[in-house]
Design a protein around this ligand. Sequence first.
Ligand SMILES: [Zn+2]
Length: 77
Amino acid sequence: MDHGLKMTPAVCCICGKIPAAADDGDWLEFQDYDAAGMGLSHPQGLEFFCGEHISRGRDFILCTAAEALTKIKEGLT
Ligand SMILES: [Zn+2]
C-alpha cells in the first residue's frame, strides 16, 4: 500500500528503529484511521512497524492505534 509517506523516514512505533531496507516493515491502518487526515504529517490511526514487529501490529489491527501500541508494548515487557 502506498500512503504517500515514502519520503518521510519511517520509524517503527514499537522499537523506534529505522528499517534497514525499504521493504522491511509497512504501515498499518488501525480502527481509528482517518483517511481525511492524510494531509497531516502523521495521520491518526496509521503507524509504521518494522519487519520484526509488524506481525504483532497485525494482531491488534482491530484496536485503535493507541490501544494497539499499549498492548504490544505491554506484551514486550
Ligand atoms: Zn520494530
